[in-house]
Design a protein around this ligand. Structure first.
Ligand code: FAD
Length: 393
């Protein structure tokens, strides 16, 4: 039986509704407060929910809804930039297939699921301040309203306001040296449905075939000085396509994919960023979850999945431990090593894409790459131990 009874979840993105659903399952009443006036319909490009993210969603019963909203892409093929296949992988037996979908569809599915389960989501509530006592925490929003609960959870993304309250000395997001782009190509490049292709070489492109037969691709453009998403959006798509086509000239199949992409089908998703390790994830009755704590950079394909895992694990800790301090300490202990390893690996990938990596290390097989990430399971029914109850402490 949870000792913490009520929670304010700041941010109604991906981690927000999942946190609220998991808290409800843990017996804690949670309300979500989102800065925007409506759920961000149509905002964001494609993202993946990996087997580990789906496994965590199964605990709150939302895995099937997400699978139904997306496209299953269980296979991976790796190739060099000259068209030679290097390795092939068909997924791990017993694990769900990775699902790709528009961020807006994932958001819509999770939000709908949370609302149907009775979670309250309030829009137009931008957190501007929070005050805590030993008993309660009160959030203040930009419209002057307030809300009070036992704990406050910052699910407010990579530019988190809650992080500035929890860890004022924390570094900001770290630029990975590349701008990210995606697009839809009507090319006849060979691509089996249900397979994600990664083509390396001098530069890199990832792609897969959509149900409507177009190919969705993602690629990056090295750039020393970062541009914000708004600055990237100010530059016409034709200018970005020209730069990308120059970079990918001679790359198989990057050159063809880009040649057969219309400017209107280009998605400029902005600078590749990740959160470096934070000095702390919690302060008093406030804690961070998702990108606010550990954005791993989109090159990991794990942003949404790790956010979902952390949300579920946080709820489990609050369910089992006698107070918020003990729960947040256990949560950080359970989550930090995993998310920081995955984030560190993604940072190394970004350096390679930006041409800053020196000698390229031997490429792992897909099994080696994905096994520790995809084969992660949260034992919801197992009781979380407090720090002093752990063996050898
Ligand atoms: C608009 C948008 C588009 C994205 N597009 C992509 C994409 O195309 N591909 C990809 O891989 N990843 C994308 N991401 C990132 C991806 O959603 C996250 O990496 C991942 O899902 C982790 O989710 P999260 O809930 O921690 O953070 P987010 O999904 O970023 O959600 C954070 C939420 O908090 C809200 N918020 C922020 N500040 C406050 C505040 N002060 N008070 C209240 N609410 C606040 C934001 O409006 C947002 O809804 C996008 C994120 C956003 C916000």
């Amino acid at each position: 039986m949870a000792h913490v009874k009520t929670a304010l979840v700041i941010g109604g993105g991906i981690a927000g509704p999942v946190t609220a659903l998991a808290l409800r399952k843990a017996g804690i009443d949670a309300s979500v407060y989102e800065a925007h006036d409506v759920a961000a319909e149509g905002v964001g490009a494609m993202l993946s929910v990996a087997p580990n993210g789906l496994d965590a969603l199964r605990i709150i019963g939302a895995d099937k809804a997400v699978e139904a909203a997306g496209q299953a892409v269980p296979g991976v093929v790796m190739a060099d930039g000259s068209g030679n296949q290097l390795s092939e992988f068909r997924g791990f037996p017993g694990l769900s297939a990775t699902v790709t979908l528009d961020r807006a569809d994932l958001l819509g599915t999770l939000t709908g699921y949370a609302l149907a389960a009775g979670v309250r989501i309030q829009y137009g509530k931008r957190l501007v301040a929070a005050d805590q006592t030993s008993e309660r925490v009160t959030a203040t929003f930009s419209d002057g309203t307030t809300a009070t609960a036992d704990v406050l959870i910052g699910a407010d993304g990579i530019r988190s306001m809650v992080r500035t309250l929890v860890a004022p000395d924390a570094p900001g997001p770290e630029y990975g040296g590349v701008l990210s782009f995606g697009g839809y190509s009507r090319s006849d490049v060979p691509a089996e449905p249900g397979t994600m292709y990664f083509a390396f070489g001098r530069t890199f492109v990832g792609y897969w075939r959509l149900p409507d037969n177009r190919i969705c691709w993602f690629a990056s453009l090295p750039r020393t000085e970062p541009l914000s998403s708004v600055e990237v959006a100010r530059i016409p798509a034709t200018a970005w396509l020209t730069q990308l086509r120059e970079l990918y000239a001679g790359h198989v199949p990057g050159e063809t994919l880009l040649a057969q992409t219309d400017p209107g089908d280009l998605m400029a998703t902005g600078p590749m960023e990740r959160m470096p390790s934070l000095p702390r994830w919690q302060r008093g009755r406030m804690v961070l979850v998702g990108d606010a704590a550990h954005a791993p950079s989109s090159s990991s394909g794990q942003g949404a999945s790790l956010a979902i895992e952390s949300a579920v694990e946080l709820a489990r800790c609050l369910r089992d431990l006698p107070n918020s301090t003990a729960a947040f300490t256990a949560y950080e202990r359970l989550r930090r090593p995993r998310v920081e390893t995955i984030g560190g690996n993604a940072a190394a990938t970004n350096k390679a894409k930006a041409g800053q990596a020196g000698d390229r290390p031997a490429m792992p097989t897909p099994e080696q790459m994905f096994a520790p990430v995809h084969r992660h399971h949260i034992e919801w029914d197992e009781t979380v131990l407090a720090e002093h109850d752990l063996p050898n402490t």
